[in-house]
Design a protein around this ligand. Structure first.
Ligand SMILES: Cc1cc2nc3c(=O)[nH]c(=O)nc-3n(C[C@H](O)[C@H](O)[C@H](O)COP(=O)(O)OP(=O)(O)OC[C@H]3O[C@@H](n4cnc5c(N)ncnc54)[C@H](O)[C@@H]3O)c2cc1C
Ligand code: SF4
Ligand code: SF4
Length: 1020
């Protein structure tokens, strides 16, 4: 047996490793502390700094890297999405990231229903391409949008429908892998195997034969057992046989090996027909115990899934605006008390009618079990899809708890036989309360694997409580003959429980397997074999020694600066959490590394990752870098400004402040606000560039430029004379490839008297059908036709309009504001990191709007980035309650009009459209769920047939797309889906509310996109 590597004492020659990797491979090599720090964590509570990070481009790169690491005695850790929950992807090793370049299908055989893929292929991407063939890979993990097949095989992952399809081990047909000595071996059917794979197989067979009685005694008989190595391939113990014909497949030994035995090069997978029909029956229970007790009876009806959602989770979903409506579709009576639990029972198959029969059978069964009328039948596919999304978001809903206490994953996938499920959950609930905590239960009732995480504070007494709860939970698992590790693998968290589960002889045999495969013990050491104690604090991400650097942020983060009660989950008052960074550090620490920001196919987050696939250009990478900087864990040249350091600049460089993470990150990590903090600190350190000043002060000088005769025309020459554009690029860094917005001499503000009819006090306006319409800098100076259109629409609908302007307000008389009479939201200052200036500017607008908001007058904006500043940043700038009231009344034109139509207060009576409409939502509009009203409104135009362009960020993002160093990335973002969709519909109106979105569309497609105000006005 090999001597355990002492990872803490491991002396490695990082420089030699990096030098050789750079010389001998084409991959990306990273050794700086920030890059290593970004790969030091997964979705567990652990952290370990890698020796170096390697992103290989070719298979030869991987083979060479394994070889070099072996020669230098450096461990190797293969990594996919890094979403493991037990720390299996953390280690002091050369971490090799497969997810960027190894994403291909190598072979697809439709007749034999198998596919061979590279290890970095993401499950959703695979299933996306299989759908057209009526097939899918059915191991449907909740992290399907980011989990890679290599990682899923590494962990022996299991999906919600494992009762019907099994775990990874039941669905892998073969694995080609590099062994520790760099040799490639083909693991498949044992009977047909040859070479080194056969030798290894023979060895394992020898062990299994000797240990057959031990295997039969110690291997749990449940489907969900993923601990250790699958020594039972030769003497199957799983409820569901690993192979249909009873043969032995050597690749199954590698499934669940967590990167400790071999490095997967390609994986051959068994595909299943995509079920044509699915129905859902949702059983409502007034008693949690009864729900658990019923599972054993429900599975006899042959469902494809039985998933639990408990009362806490239902209530959390009901309190979240994104989930409320959907979760209530699952309740018998949403006006009554929330049920203690619901079970989502899914049946699927090739025909609909038999499934409806199954639903009936479920209703009858529940009647027999004493619960007549407890089932909500849901045959509708789209309702089912929405409900599954809420179920999948379950863990993330829970993880959004603010404060240092977090729901910790360490016993959350113990699996017990169904007949004991009710007693087991009851007993474990009692254990939680004994230790001053509480668990929220959800997930796979069908297979006795319920997720539950007690809230623990790992910086304080979390480790002791974790140990105590784990000891008691393990005793219960033993009592009920279950498996301690039933889904998420072993990693650092459950490694020590392998010998507890299997006994000394099997543990010894597992170690022998490891030594035979990997004699030097270099493949992901410390996992499965020779694991550390689960509560060894030196492996924690937040050990008791974790300290945050004191700093004063520019914005108010006190809402995050709280602590929570682990039983009631109530949080303390804002500002009382004891964060030396005044809440900023706690906001950053909300990132639990679940990797949801690595998704590609839906919504917006995270545009910079979507085009680069680099961890550092991902919300998670940014949050991790910030956390490490704020807790002094990075080697920084300028330690006086961790927030404004070059390490943070590197990760913030491509963040387009789209605010998608604010909405889509399950724990609400708000990187756009964090970027403001960075910019503020960074610009304090390095000073503002000419470009910063030009962008920031645009609202101040726009009026002057437009009012000087011929100056607008002169400045517009820049768009026509290439050398001027080149010169500007050289001096200011504004890309010569871009056209700039066109200056006008006649603007919305040219004739101040023209707005006299639109000046009302709050008192006057409140007595009429009144609204406030914001004339933002972009629409007022560059596209005044949008403002005019909005006025036309609102006037036609009978509203009196007030347009804020300082000529009517006291602010205009102060000397400071003499150069500009227009209000501004301060957005351009925020983009340049001038937070004080933004506060001053926005403060004036807030003062002006407050009396209108107090009178409940709607405040309407046209430019999403300006309007949503009132609903977002204004709330963290110290403006107090006034800002909150304003935010409640601030809305886009379409939000206002759509609501008025819904309330029956408005009938727009629009003319028919001559061509169909394509709509592109601005990122901030999407972040504030304001795309639906736009679509609702466009549907009111007869024949418009509005279609939403499924796009992420347009890539322009304020000034980002104009910046010379970002032009290429900006174009790539636009080309990801927005511009191709527009090109595919040459005869449509293109509607986009954002001025930068319209600019990007014009630059990229030579098509004019219009503001929604304009299209509405055109159809009046
Ligand atoms: C919110 C949330 C929900 C989850 N839901 C589920 C769920 O429903 N079911 C479930 O089973 N899990 C779930 N998980 C855990 C995790 O997402 C899965 O285990 C997932 O399959 C891991 O994939 P990955 O690409 O992130 O792998 P990683 O975490 O990157 O790697 C996992 C293991 O595989 C090894 N590995 C990766 N690539 C290779 C390779 N090429 N060769 C050899 N070994 C390799 C790694 O070394 C590591 O040990 C969840 C996690 C989170 C955060
Ligand atoms: S930023 Fe949000 S989505 Fe991304 S890993 Fe962190 S918590 Fe998950
Ligand atoms: S604001 Fe947008 S670009 Fe920046 S991290 Fe969030 S999702 Fe990514």
């Amino acid at each position: 047996m090999n001597k355990p590597l002492d990872l803490k004492e491991l002396m490695v020659d990082r420089a030699a490793l990096a030098k050789r990797l750079r010389q001998e491979t084409s991959g990306e090599v990273m050794t700086d502390s920030a890059s290593r720090g970004r790969y030091a964590t997964d979705a567990s509570i652990y952290q370990a700094m890698p020796v170096a990070v390697f992103v290989p481009k070719t298979a030869e790169d991987i083979a060479t890297a394994i070889q070099i690491a072996a020669e230098l005695g450096i461990p190797v850790l293969p990594r996919g999405g890094g979403t493991s929950q037990c720390g299996q992807t953390t280690g002091a090793a050369l971490v090799i990231d497969n997810s960027k370049y190894f994403r291909n299908i190598l072979d697809l055989n439709l007749d034999k229903a198998y596919v061979e893929v590279e290890p970095g292929m993401v499950l959703d991407h695979l299933n996306g391409s299989l759908k057209q063939h009526g097939l899918w890979y059915p191991v449907d993990v909740s992290t399907a949008g980011q989990a890679t097949i290599g990682g899923m095989a590494g962990n022996n992952s299991c999906g919600s429908r494992s009762i019907a399809y099994g775990n990874m081990v039941h669905n892998v047909l073969g694995i080609n892998a590099w062994l520790a000595n760099g040799q490639i071996a083909e693991f498949g059917n044992y009977a047909n195997s040859s070479g080194v794979a056969k030798q290894l197989g023979d060895f394992v067979k020898g062990l299994a034969t000797t240990l057959q009685p031990e295997i039969e005694t110690h291997f749990p008989k449940v489907l969900r057992r993923v601990a250790g190595y699958n020594l039972d391939i030769f003497h199957p113990q799983s409820e569901l046989p690993y192979t249909q014909d009873g043969s032995v497949n050597l690749s199954h030994l590698l499934v669940g090996s967590e990167g400790t035995l071999a490095y997967f090069k390609s994986l051959k997978l068994k595909l299943a027909p995509l079920p044509k029909y699915k129905v859902l029956g949702i059983v409502n229970f007034a008693s949690f115990y009864k729900a658990m007790d019923s599972a054993q009876h429900i599975v006899k009806l042959g469902p494809t899934a039985v998933e639990l959602v408990d009362r806490t989770m239902i209530d959390l979903a009901r309190s979240n605006p994104s989930f409320k409506k959907t979760i209530e579709t699952a309740l018998i009576d949403h006006t009554a008390q929330t049920p203690e639990a619901i079970l989502l029972v899914e049946f699927s198959g090739e025909a609909h009618a038999p499934l409806l029969e199954k639903l009936k059978a479920l209703e009858e069964l529940m009647g027999d079990l004493g619960l007549p009328g407890s089932v909500v039948p849901m045959p509708d596919a789209s309702l089912q899809k929405n409900l599954w999304e809420v179920r999948k978001a379950g863990l993330n809903i829970m993880m959004s708890l603010k404060g240092d206490g977090k729901p910790v994953s360490f016993i959350e996938d113990c699996a017990v036989p169904l007949e004991s499920l009710a007693d087991y959950t009851q007993a474990l609930t009692d254990v939680f309360s004994k230790y001053g905590s509480r668990g929220t239960w959800y997930a796979h009732a069908s297979v006795g694997t319920l997720h539950v995480r007690p809230i623990l504070d790992m910086r304080r007494d979390g480790a002791q409580k974790m140990r105590a709860v784990a000891e008691e939970a393990s005793a219960l698992v033993r009592k009920y003959k279950g498996a301690y590790s039933g889904e998420h693998g072993d990693g650092l968290c459950r490694g020590e429980w392998i010998s507890w589960q299997f006994g000394p002889k099997i543990t010894e045999a597992l170690a022998e397997i490891k030594t035979t495969f990997d004699p030097k013990g270099l493949f992901n050491p410390g996992k499965i074999i020779n694991p550390p104690k689960m509560d060894d604090a030196s492996n924690f991400r937040f050990p008791p020694s974790y300290k945050v650097i004191p700093l004063q942020p520019a914005l108010d983060w006190s809402a995050w600066n709280v602590q929570n009660n682990p039983v009631t989950e109530e949080t303390s008052a804002p500002g009382t959490g004891g964060d030396p960074a005044m809440g900023l550090a706690k906001a950053v620490e909300m990132c639990n590394n679940n990797g949801h920001c690595r998704k590609f196919d839906a919504e917006v987050m995270c545009p910079s990752y979507r085009v680069t696939r680099d961890e550092k250009h991902l919300t998670r990478g940014r949050a991790n870098t910030l956390r490490l900087a704020l807790s002094n864990q990075l080697d920084m040249k300028d330690e006086s400004s961790p927030l404004g350091s070059d390490a943070i600049k590197e990760v913030m460089e491509l963040c387009v402040s789209c605010k998608a993470c604010r909405r889509e990150c399950p724990t609400g990590v708000d990187m756009a606000k964090m970027k403001i903090e960075f910019l503020s600190a960074y610009k304090k350190r390095v000073g503002h560039s000419l470009r910063d000043v030009a962008v920031a002060y645009l609202p101040k000088y726009a009026g002057t430029i437009s009012s000087i005769p011929l100056l607008p025309a002169l400045l517009n020459l820049r768009n026509h004379i290439a050398p001027i554009a080149k010169l500007q690029e050289w001096i200011m860094g504004i890309s010569a490839q871009r056209s700039l917005p066109i200056w006008k001499s006649k603007t919305f503000w040219s004739n101040p008297k023209a707005i006299t009819p639109y000046q009302y006090s709050a008192d006057e306006l409140s007595k009429q059908k009144g609204v406030v319409l914001l004339a933002d800098t972009f629409n007022a100076y560059f596209e005044d036709e949008n403002l005019i259109a909005a006025i036309k629409v609102l006037t036609a609908a009978g509203y009196q309009i007030h347009i804020p302007h300082k000529s009517q307000s006291k602010a205009a008389n102060t000397e400071k504001n003499a150069c500009s009479k227009e209000f501004c939201c301060g957005r351009t200052y925020l983009a340049a990191g001038m937070v004080d200036k933004a506060k001053e500017t926005l403060g004036e607008l807030v003062n002006h709007l407050a009396p209108y908001a107090d009178k409940n007058i709607p405040i309407i904006g046209l430019e999403p980035s300006c309007l949503f500043t009132l609903k977002d940043e204004a709330l963290v700038m110290g403006f107090g309650e006034r800002a909150v009231t304003i935010s409640q009344h601030a809305q886009l034109l379409e939000e206002f009009l759509a609501n008025e139509v819904k309330a029956g207060k408005l009938n727009l009576n629009l003319k028919a459209a001559s061509k169909p409409v394509l709509f592109h939502g601005h990122c901030h509009q999407k972040s504030f769920a304001a795309v639906t009203p736009a679509m609702e409104l466009l549907k009111l135009i007869p024949n418009a047939e509005p279609k939403l362009i499924e796009s992420s960020c347009c890539g322009m993002a304020g000034s980002f797309g104009y910046e010379a160093e970002h032009i290429e990335v900006s174009k790539q973002m636009a080309e990801a889906s927005l511009l191709p969709s527009i090109r595919k519909s040459p005869d449509s109106w293109v509607v986009a509310d954002g001025t930068s979105c319209r600019h990007q569309i014009a630059d990229g497609t030579q098509r004019e996109a219009v503001h929604i105000a304009k299209i509405l006005a055109a159809h009046l």
